[in-house]
Design a protein around this ligand. Structure first.
Ligand code: AMP
Ligand code: MG
Length: 317
Protein backbone atom coordinates (compact mmCIF):
# COMPACT_ATOMS: atom_id res chain seq x y z
CA UNK A 1 0.00 0.00 0.00
CA UNK A 2 1.25 3.49 -0.80
CA UNK A 3 1.25 5.93 2.12
CA UNK A 4 0.44 9.49 1.05
CA UNK A 5 2.02 12.33 3.04
CA UNK A 6 -0.01 15.52 3.07
CA UNK A 7 -0.41 18.80 4.93
CA UNK A 8 -4.00 19.10 3.73
CA UNK A 9 -6.76 18.17 6.21
CA UNK A 10 -9.14 17.94 3.20
CA UNK A 11 -6.98 15.30 1.48
CA UNK A 12 -6.57 13.36 4.74
CA UNK A 13 -10.30 13.53 5.53
CA UNK A 14 -11.01 12.28 1.99
CA UNK A 15 -9.12 9.05 2.76
CA UNK A 16 -10.80 8.75 6.18
CA UNK A 17 -14.29 9.22 4.74
CA UNK A 18 -13.60 6.48 2.15
CA UNK A 19 -12.91 3.99 4.97
CA UNK A 20 -9.13 4.29 5.05
CA UNK A 21 -6.81 4.71 8.04
CA UNK A 22 -5.14 8.10 8.47
CA UNK A 23 -2.50 9.30 10.96
CA UNK A 24 -3.01 12.85 12.23
CA UNK A 25 -1.28 15.24 14.64
CA UNK A 26 -2.69 16.05 18.08
CA UNK A 27 -1.30 18.00 21.01
CA UNK A 28 -0.56 14.76 22.96
CA UNK A 29 0.90 12.31 20.40
CA UNK A 30 0.03 11.43 16.77
CA UNK A 31 -3.22 9.46 16.39
CA UNK A 32 -4.09 6.69 13.93
CA UNK A 33 -7.68 7.36 12.94
CA UNK A 34 -10.59 5.51 11.38
CA UNK A 35 -14.16 6.76 11.01
CA UNK A 36 -16.34 4.82 13.48
CA UNK A 37 -19.11 4.64 10.88
CA UNK A 38 -16.71 2.42 8.84
CA UNK A 39 -16.22 -0.60 11.17
CA UNK A 40 -14.00 -2.30 8.55
CA UNK A 41 -11.67 0.73 8.75
CA UNK A 42 -11.51 0.36 12.53
CA UNK A 43 -10.27 -3.22 12.06
CA UNK A 44 -7.49 -1.89 9.79
CA UNK A 45 -6.10 0.12 12.74
CA UNK A 46 -5.52 -3.08 14.74
CA UNK A 47 -3.87 -4.74 11.73
CA UNK A 48 -1.62 -1.78 10.90
CA UNK A 49 -0.37 -1.42 14.49
CA UNK A 50 -0.33 -5.10 15.45
CA UNK A 51 -2.61 -4.04 18.32
CA UNK A 52 -4.35 -6.72 20.42
CA UNK A 53 -8.08 -6.62 19.63
CA UNK A 54 -9.03 -6.43 23.34
CA UNK A 55 -7.38 -3.01 23.65
CA UNK A 56 -10.10 -0.36 23.12
CA UNK A 57 -9.66 2.81 21.05
CA UNK A 58 -10.34 6.39 22.10
CA UNK A 59 -13.06 8.16 20.08
CA UNK A 60 -12.15 11.69 18.96
CA UNK A 61 -14.91 14.27 18.57
CA UNK A 62 -15.13 17.84 17.22
CA UNK A 63 -16.67 19.27 20.38
CA UNK A 64 -19.19 18.77 23.17
CA UNK A 65 -22.01 18.74 20.63
CA UNK A 66 -20.83 15.30 19.40
CA UNK A 67 -20.93 13.67 22.86
CA UNK A 68 -24.50 12.31 22.66
CA UNK A 69 -23.63 10.41 19.47
CA UNK A 70 -20.99 8.34 21.29
CA UNK A 71 -21.67 8.47 25.04
CA UNK A 72 -24.68 7.42 27.11
CA UNK A 73 -25.57 9.30 30.30
CA UNK A 74 -23.14 12.02 31.43
CA UNK A 75 -22.98 12.70 35.18
CA UNK A 76 -22.80 16.13 36.83
CA UNK A 77 -19.12 15.77 37.73
CA UNK A 78 -18.30 14.68 34.17
CA UNK A 79 -20.00 17.84 32.86
CA UNK A 80 -17.76 19.93 35.10
CA UNK A 81 -14.64 18.17 33.72
CA UNK A 82 -15.88 18.64 30.15
CA UNK A 83 -16.58 22.35 30.72
CA UNK A 84 -13.14 22.89 32.20
CA UNK A 85 -10.89 20.65 30.05
CA UNK A 86 -12.48 20.10 26.60
CA UNK A 87 -10.91 20.61 24.12
CA UNK A 88 -7.60 19.32 25.47
CA UNK A 89 -5.44 16.35 26.52
CA UNK A 90 -8.15 14.60 28.57
CA UNK A 91 -10.03 11.39 27.70
CA UNK A 92 -13.24 10.70 29.63
CA UNK A 93 -14.74 7.21 29.83
CA UNK A 94 -18.56 6.99 29.70
CA UNK A 95 -21.17 4.28 29.26
CA UNK A 96 -21.29 3.94 25.49
CA UNK A 97 -23.99 4.83 23.03
CA UNK A 98 -25.08 1.53 21.38
CA UNK A 99 -24.25 3.04 17.96
CA UNK A 100 -20.51 2.85 18.72
CA UNK A 101 -19.25 -0.41 17.17
CA UNK A 102 -17.90 -3.08 19.55
CA UNK A 103 -14.64 -3.19 17.59
CA UNK A 104 -13.92 0.36 18.83
CA UNK A 105 -14.52 -0.43 22.51
CA UNK A 106 -13.16 -4.00 22.40
CA UNK A 107 -16.57 -5.22 23.56
CA UNK A 108 -16.66 -2.98 26.68
CA UNK A 109 -19.92 -1.21 27.54
CA UNK A 110 -17.94 2.00 28.00
CA UNK A 111 -16.21 4.34 25.56
CA UNK A 112 -13.25 6.70 25.96
CA UNK A 113 -13.89 10.13 24.38
CA UNK A 114 -11.52 13.00 23.69
CA UNK A 115 -11.74 16.34 21.93
CA UNK A 116 -8.21 17.38 20.87
CA UNK A 117 -7.29 21.08 20.86
CA UNK A 118 -4.66 20.87 18.08
CA UNK A 119 -5.88 23.15 15.26
CA UNK A 120 -4.99 20.64 12.49
CA UNK A 121 -6.74 17.82 14.39
CA UNK A 122 -9.79 20.05 14.86
CA UNK A 123 -9.93 20.88 11.15
CA UNK A 124 -9.52 17.19 10.24
CA UNK A 125 -12.31 16.15 12.66
CA UNK A 126 -14.60 18.88 11.29
CA UNK A 127 -14.18 17.41 7.81
CA UNK A 128 -14.69 13.80 9.00
CA UNK A 129 -18.02 12.13 8.25
CA UNK A 130 -18.38 10.93 11.89
CA UNK A 131 -16.32 10.65 15.12
CA UNK A 132 -12.85 9.15 14.69
CA UNK A 133 -11.48 6.19 16.68
CA UNK A 134 -7.74 6.60 17.16
CA UNK A 135 -5.02 5.01 19.27
CA UNK A 136 -1.46 6.32 19.13
CA UNK A 137 0.11 6.08 15.65
CA UNK A 138 2.95 3.63 16.36
CA UNK A 139 3.64 -0.08 16.11
CA UNK A 140 2.07 -1.64 19.21
CA UNK A 141 4.43 -1.71 22.19
CA UNK A 142 6.83 0.95 20.87
CA UNK A 143 6.92 4.49 22.31
CA UNK A 144 4.09 6.65 20.91
CA UNK A 145 4.99 8.72 17.85
CA UNK A 146 5.37 12.44 18.54
CA UNK A 147 6.32 13.50 14.99
CA UNK A 148 5.08 12.62 11.52
CA UNK A 149 8.55 11.33 10.67
CA UNK A 150 8.26 8.69 13.42
CA UNK A 151 4.77 7.73 12.24
CA UNK A 152 6.23 7.33 8.75
CA UNK A 153 9.05 5.08 9.97
CA UNK A 154 6.64 2.82 11.86
CA UNK A 155 3.69 2.72 9.48
CA UNK A 156 4.86 3.52 5.93
CA UNK A 157 3.19 1.05 3.57
CA UNK A 158 0.67 -0.03 6.25
CA UNK A 159 -1.71 2.96 6.18
CA UNK A 160 -3.17 5.16 3.44
CA UNK A 161 -2.25 8.63 4.59
CA UNK A 162 -0.27 10.70 7.10
CA UNK A 163 -1.50 14.22 7.82
CA UNK A 164 1.66 16.14 8.62
CA UNK A 165 1.81 18.62 11.49
CA UNK A 166 4.65 19.76 13.70
CA UNK A 167 5.98 17.75 16.64
CA UNK A 168 3.42 17.09 19.39
CA UNK A 169 3.54 19.82 22.00
CA UNK A 170 2.82 17.64 25.06
CA UNK A 171 4.54 14.43 23.94
CA UNK A 172 2.67 12.04 26.29
CA UNK A 173 -0.73 10.39 25.77
CA UNK A 174 -3.90 11.92 27.21
CA UNK A 175 -4.95 11.70 30.83
CA UNK A 176 -7.75 9.10 31.09
CA UNK A 177 -10.51 9.52 33.67
CA UNK A 178 -13.28 6.96 34.14
CA UNK A 179 -16.57 8.86 34.51
CA UNK A 180 -18.83 5.79 34.28
CA UNK A 181 -19.08 5.32 38.07
CA UNK A 182 -20.08 7.41 41.09
CA UNK A 183 -16.85 9.43 41.17
CA UNK A 184 -14.03 10.21 38.72
CA UNK A 185 -11.23 7.65 38.67
CA UNK A 186 -7.83 8.47 37.17
CA UNK A 187 -6.88 5.52 34.93
CA UNK A 188 -3.85 7.02 33.17
CA UNK A 189 -1.83 10.07 34.22
CA UNK A 190 -1.21 12.76 31.59
CA UNK A 191 -0.80 16.49 31.06
CA UNK A 192 -4.09 17.24 32.83
CA UNK A 193 -2.85 16.45 36.31
CA UNK A 194 -4.55 14.80 39.30
CA UNK A 195 -4.22 18.12 41.13
CA UNK A 196 -6.00 19.99 38.28
CA UNK A 197 -8.77 17.38 38.20
CA UNK A 198 -9.22 17.72 41.97
CA UNK A 199 -9.57 21.49 41.65
CA UNK A 200 -12.73 20.78 39.64
CA UNK A 201 -13.89 17.54 41.35
CA UNK A 202 -12.11 17.15 44.73
CA UNK A 203 -13.27 13.52 45.10
CA UNK A 204 -11.25 12.36 42.04
CA UNK A 205 -9.46 9.12 42.97
CA UNK A 206 -6.50 7.17 41.62
CA UNK A 207 -7.36 3.77 40.16
CA UNK A 208 -6.12 0.93 42.37
CA UNK A 209 -3.07 -0.98 41.06
CA UNK A 210 -4.15 -3.90 38.86
CA UNK A 211 -5.37 -6.99 40.65
CA UNK A 212 -4.82 -10.30 38.84
CA UNK A 213 -8.33 -11.49 39.83
CA UNK A 214 -10.18 -8.46 38.39
CA UNK A 215 -10.11 -7.46 34.71
CA UNK A 216 -8.19 -4.16 34.38
CA UNK A 217 -10.33 -0.99 34.14
CA UNK A 218 -8.27 0.19 31.18
CA UNK A 219 -7.36 -2.95 29.21
CA UNK A 220 -4.56 -1.25 27.27
CA UNK A 221 -2.60 -0.59 30.42
CA UNK A 222 -1.89 -4.28 30.96
CA UNK A 223 0.27 -4.44 27.83
CA UNK A 224 3.96 -3.50 27.72
CA UNK A 225 4.15 0.05 26.45
CA UNK A 226 6.47 2.82 25.43
CA UNK A 227 9.44 0.48 25.35
CA UNK A 228 12.47 1.14 23.18
CA UNK A 229 14.94 -1.69 22.52
CA UNK A 230 17.36 -0.19 25.02
CA UNK A 231 16.90 -1.11 28.69
CA UNK A 232 15.24 1.67 30.71
CA UNK A 233 16.83 2.24 34.11
CA UNK A 234 15.01 4.73 36.36
CA UNK A 235 17.30 6.73 38.64
CA UNK A 236 16.93 9.34 41.36
CA UNK A 237 18.11 12.91 40.70
CA UNK A 238 21.91 13.10 41.05
CA UNK A 239 22.13 9.33 41.75
CA UNK A 240 25.47 7.84 40.82
CA UNK A 241 24.94 5.06 38.30
CA UNK A 242 27.37 2.48 36.93
CA UNK A 243 29.23 3.72 33.84
CA UNK A 244 28.36 1.26 31.07
CA UNK A 245 29.21 1.49 27.38
CA UNK A 246 26.47 2.66 24.99
CA UNK A 247 24.42 4.32 27.72
CA UNK A 248 22.36 7.52 27.66
CA UNK A 249 20.58 9.80 30.12
CA UNK A 250 17.47 11.96 30.08
CA UNK A 251 16.32 14.14 32.95
CA UNK A 252 16.36 17.58 34.47
CA UNK A 253 19.39 17.19 36.72
CA UNK A 254 22.99 16.73 35.63
CA UNK A 255 23.89 13.70 33.51
CA UNK A 256 25.97 10.98 35.20
CA UNK A 257 29.58 10.86 34.01
CA UNK A 258 30.39 8.43 31.20
CA UNK A 259 27.08 8.41 29.31
CA UNK A 260 27.42 8.65 25.53
CA UNK A 261 24.31 10.73 24.96
CA UNK A 262 22.36 13.04 27.26
CA UNK A 263 19.24 15.17 27.09
CA UNK A 264 19.06 17.76 29.86
CA UNK A 265 15.57 19.21 30.05
CA UNK A 266 14.78 22.68 31.39
CA UNK A 267 11.58 21.56 33.12
CA UNK A 268 8.92 18.85 33.27
CA UNK A 269 7.15 20.15 30.17
CA UNK A 270 10.28 19.74 28.09
CA UNK A 271 10.96 16.36 29.72
CA UNK A 272 7.48 15.12 28.72
CA UNK A 273 7.81 16.51 25.18
CA UNK A 274 11.23 14.92 24.60
CA UNK A 275 10.91 11.55 26.37
CA UNK A 276 9.54 9.34 23.57
CA UNK A 277 11.52 11.06 20.86
CA UNK A 278 14.67 10.50 22.95
CA UNK A 279 13.83 6.80 23.33
CA UNK A 280 13.54 6.54 19.54
CA UNK A 281 16.81 8.43 18.92
CA UNK A 282 18.60 6.12 21.36
CA UNK A 283 17.41 3.06 19.44
CA UNK A 284 18.65 4.62 16.19
CA UNK A 285 22.07 5.11 17.78
CA UNK A 286 22.27 1.60 19.26
CA UNK A 287 22.21 2.83 22.85
CA UNK A 288 21.77 -0.19 25.16
CA UNK A 289 20.86 1.47 28.49
CA UNK A 290 18.86 4.67 29.06
CA UNK A 291 19.03 6.18 32.55
CA UNK A 292 15.88 8.21 33.18
CA UNK A 293 15.59 10.59 36.10
CA UNK A 294 12.35 9.76 37.95
CA UNK A 295 10.45 12.97 38.76
CA UNK A 296 8.35 13.27 41.90
CA UNK A 297 4.90 11.74 41.78
CA UNK A 298 3.15 15.10 41.48
CA UNK A 299 1.76 17.26 38.67
CA UNK A 300 3.14 16.40 35.23
CA UNK A 301 5.88 14.42 37.03
CA UNK A 302 3.28 11.70 37.74
CA UNK A 303 2.73 11.09 34.00
CA UNK A 304 6.44 11.11 33.13
CA UNK A 305 7.14 8.70 36.01
CA UNK A 306 4.33 6.43 34.87
CA UNK A 307 5.70 6.16 31.31
CA UNK A 308 9.29 5.60 32.49
CA UNK A 309 8.26 2.86 34.94
CA UNK A 310 6.06 1.17 32.33
CA UNK A 311 8.89 1.32 29.78
CA UNK A 312 11.11 -0.24 32.46
CA UNK A 313 8.54 -2.98 32.95
CA UNK A 314 7.04 -1.95 36.30
CA UNK A 315 3.47 -0.80 36.75
CA UNK A 316 2.41 2.73 37.82
CA UNK A 317 -0.54 5.09 37.47
P1 AMP B 1 -3.66 4.76 23.09
O1 AMP B 1 -4.54 5.74 22.38
O2 AMP B 1 -2.79 3.99 22.17
O3 AMP B 1 -2.96 5.43 24.22
O4 AMP B 1 -4.61 3.69 23.74
C1 AMP B 1 -5.84 4.03 24.28
C2 AMP B 1 -5.88 3.78 25.75
O5 AMP B 1 -7.18 4.15 26.19
C3 AMP B 1 -5.67 2.31 26.13
O6 AMP B 1 -4.80 2.22 27.24
C4 AMP B 1 -7.07 1.86 26.52
O7 AMP B 1 -7.06 0.86 27.52
C5 AMP B 1 -7.71 3.15 27.01
N1 AMP B 1 -9.18 3.11 26.82
C6 AMP B 1 -9.85 3.28 25.65
N2 AMP B 1 -11.17 3.10 25.85
C7 AMP B 1 -11.34 2.80 27.15
C8 AMP B 1 -12.47 2.46 27.96
N3 AMP B 1 -13.70 2.39 27.46
N4 AMP B 1 -12.27 2.20 29.27
C9 AMP B 1 -11.02 2.26 29.81
N5 AMP B 1 -9.90 2.56 29.09
C10 AMP B 1 -10.05 2.81 27.77
MG1 MG C 1 -0.69 3.65 22.31
Amino acid sequence: MQTILTESPETAAGFLNRGEVVAFPTETVYGLGAAICHPEAVKKIFLAKGRPSDNPLIVHIRGKEDLPSVAGEISGFARKLIDRFFPGPLTLVFRKNPDVPDSVTAGLDTVGVRCPSHPVAQEFLRLACCPVAAPSANISGLPSATSWETVHRDLDGRISCILKGGPSDIGLESTIVDCSGQLPLLLRAGAITLEQLREVVPETRLAAPPDKKEPPKSPGLKYPHYAPSAAIVPCAPEESVPAVPCSAYIGIGEAPPGVEKAKLCRDLREYARELFSFFRQCDDQNIRVIYCELPENHGLGRAIRDRILRAAGSYQC
